[in-house]
Ligand binder design. Sequence first.
Ligand SMILES: Nc1nc2c(c(=O)[nH]1)N[C@H]1C(S)=C(S)[C@@H](COP(=O)(O)OP(=O)(O)OC[C@H]3O[C@@H](n4cnc5c(=O)[nH]c(N)nc54)[C@H](O)[C@@H]3O)O[C@H]1N2
Ligand SMILES: Nc1nc2c(c(=O)[nH]1)N[C@H]1C(S)=C(S)[C@@H](COP(=O)(O)OP(=O)(O)OC[C@H]3O[C@@H](n4cnc5c(=O)[nH]c(N)nc54)[C@H](O)[C@@H]3O)O[C@H]1N2
Ligand code: SF4
Ligand SMILES: [Mo]
Length: 756
Amino acid sequence: MAQETKLRICPLCEATCGLELTVEGRRVTAVRGDAQDTFSEGYICPKGVAIQDIDSDPDRLRTPMIRRADGWHPATWDEAFAEIEKRLLPIMERDGRHAVGVYLGNPSVHNTGLAIYGQVFLRALGTPNVFSATTVDQMPKQVAVAALFGTGLSIPIPDLDRTQYLMILGANPLVSNGSLLTAPNIGERLKRIRARGGKLVVIDPRKTETARASDEHHFIRPGTDAHFLFAIVHTLFDENLAKPGRLAALSAGLDDIRALAKTFSPEAVAEKCGIAAADIRRLARELAAAPSAAVYGRIGTCTQEFGTLASWLPEVIHVLTGNLDRVGGAMLTRPAYGPGNTKGAPGTGRGFRMGRHKSRVRNSPEIFGELPAACLSEEIETAGPGQIRAMFCVAGNPVLSTPNGARLAKALDTLEFMVSLDVYLNETSRHAHVILPGLSPLENCHYDMAFSQLAIRNAARFSPPVFAKPAGAPYEWETVLRLTGLVSGAGAKCDTAMLDDMVMLNLIERETKLETSAIAGRDAQQIFAALAPRRGPERSIDFMLRTGPFGEGFGKDPQGLTLAKLEAAPHGIDLGALEPRLPEVLRTPSGKIELAPDFIVQDVRRLAASLGGNGHGELLLVGRRHLRSCNTWMHNTTRLVSGKPRCTLLMNPADAAALGLAEADTAAITSRAGTVQAPVELTAEMMPGVVSLPHGWGHEAPDIRLSVARDHAGVNSNLLTDEHHLDPLSGNAVLCGIPVTVKRAAKAREREAVAK
Ligand SMILES: Nc1nc2c(c(=O)[nH]1)N[C@H]1C(S)=C(S)[C@@H](COP(=O)(O)OP(=O)(O)OC[C@H]3O[C@@H](n4cnc5c(=O)[nH]c(N)nc54)[C@H](O)[C@@H]3O)O[C@H]1N2
Ligand SMILES: Nc1nc2c(c(=O)[nH]1)N[C@H]1C(S)=C(S)[C@@H](COP(=O)(O)OP(=O)(O)OC[C@H]3O[C@@H](n4cnc5c(=O)[nH]c(N)nc54)[C@H](O)[C@@H]3O)O[C@H]1N2
Ligand code: SF4
Ligand SMILES: [Mo]
């Protein structure tokens, strides 16, 4: 069969590498990095290669599945929708919209159709019970930047290719390939910082792959980054190193910061953090003296007790050292698709509001329209008005990825009805009554909206589908529209094409009403007609690009961007290095950077109160990632799970010796929430007192359809994380620094004997 070359942006992590696929008919025969990709320049990692395994995986669902008393049955699309209509609508009629909960998982952001139409479905459903992977991930960062700059995705990005000093806390980009920092081939970019005479510092309780490639690494006691960062702020004031320059006039609250920092001298926090005061002072001086610098925190600083404070302080440091919005510092991307911080009046806006409603049981405030994932179980279990009785789980596996997965699994089984939109029958979708499968990633088009706005360059790239979808299978966005119609009362057989037109017209009408839009005051029908014959996500993307900051504005700037132009440039269009965006990017009511928002200032008291005491002698559990994993769902490819077992408990030899544990012994790890067993791996790369177990494993349920993953089951580390333990400002789950006790469950040799 003839070979063809096809291009596709990899949707598997945030680096968004351009892939070059060799295909023969419907089969992929090779995957490489696209050397001509204007953004990723040929970089690829093992997961990108494994995209072919997902495409061809016989376990990947190709038809809807319905669960009956005697187990799972394949069904037609009409049968599946009829089942949903029959079982869901009576619940909604009886109990109202509150009774339906939704959980959106991580791939719902990486899948363009889901990213656009998921929001349409949520609006139609109108339930306050919306949960997502955001609150087991980056919510603290979004809360912090929304308060500071006015919108939740105005996240300053380290200007990697030009910075002279980078401090990384709680991130391991050599393995994760970067997060809230879209930068393909990040390992090489970090190397170049050092090669040009800059410095890389890593703060992490594990001497990670990234730490090993740095100039300087410090262990930090989990959960104490805010203390450490405050001590840097303290030193900047104390030693007269705070020089915000032009940022002073753009910021409100600088004096409050100075006052707040008084408590947190390096000497006061050193023991708490496990980092010497002299080192903290020196690092502060280095940050102040560097020609340009950025401080970057990620999972380790977000998923912890003081997540919002630890996500806010890097921005405070960026302001105090003049590095915010400066070349080589932390800068804001200008995304071509035109998100909130490019719309409306530049420099001011409505700002950030939260708590418009609260969760019923724990009274946790809504943020960006969602509630903490850690509250999901109790909202299902607790009887009374507003109880969740039915669930939609969209591209998520919360049984493995949210705290106390065992409790959630039990709670899901008490639902009257559950629908999973998923490509696998896995640990979460096994609890559903109906599974609606998405397509192979190679059957979808792709424009990375989320990650193009977190990228180290302004860039726009589009991939059409590599393969035609199977006859009869809907695109996932069509499935979501059909559900939208169904919950809006239009029936299970509603006209999704008409719904799609309505959605588009609404979007156009809203845009024509914005004074600053390129199409302000234009006739919506005329714009709609100009988008023909496109439909679905392609039409939305074309519209967004044309009305975005580089767009052609429907005739306004013929040189500007359209989807057609992107289609004609299959390796993408580079729109240049990041440029300063202050004050234009701000959307705060004051038109200033709100450096000391009230609710954050209040929480500093909690931080100060935590200065005494250092736990009760337990070990603290953190997570880790591996280059050949992707959260919970890529363990079903032999290419990625081969080699020695990876779901092990890393432990410092001194801690192990004190507990009588040896290499390869089975450890029983116990927290407030539960107990799991895992083999011990001794390594001095762990900070004494800290142990590490990766998340995303635990594929042992008998009825999952993951034939490869089941043979490499591992254990679910989220049986140990505690659903009661949140960062109160963001509702984000605490997944790092979990107090645990570790005991020997079996000796290495006994374990081998059992295995035989
Ligand atoms: N202890 C601990 N827990 C963690 C973390 C941690 O570091 N430690 N990390 C957290 C983070 S950062 C995240 S993002 C979350 C992730 O949490 P989740 O989003 O809940 O988990 P994923 O593993 O990403 O699950 C993705 C699901 O989507 C399905 N899927 C994949 N592609 C598609 C598609 O195109 N369409 C549909 N419909 N489904 C698809 C997969 O089969 C899988 O079931 O986990 C969090 N949990
Ligand atoms: N290969 C691979 N790549 C991925 C993923 C994957 O599962 N596998 N998942 C993707 C997703 S959804 C995300 S969100 C990103 C995450 O991207 P990263 O944040 O880079 O991912 P992690 O490897 O979890 O890094 C977290 C680090 O925080 C450290 N840490 C734990 N607690 C603390 C603490 O209290 N303080 C400090 N300073 N450090 C702490 C841990 O030791 C670990 O090294 O990765 C993405 N990329
Ligand atoms: S780094 Fe991420 S985007 Fe690039 S190939 Fe690997 S999984 Fe795909
Ligand atoms: Mo994530």
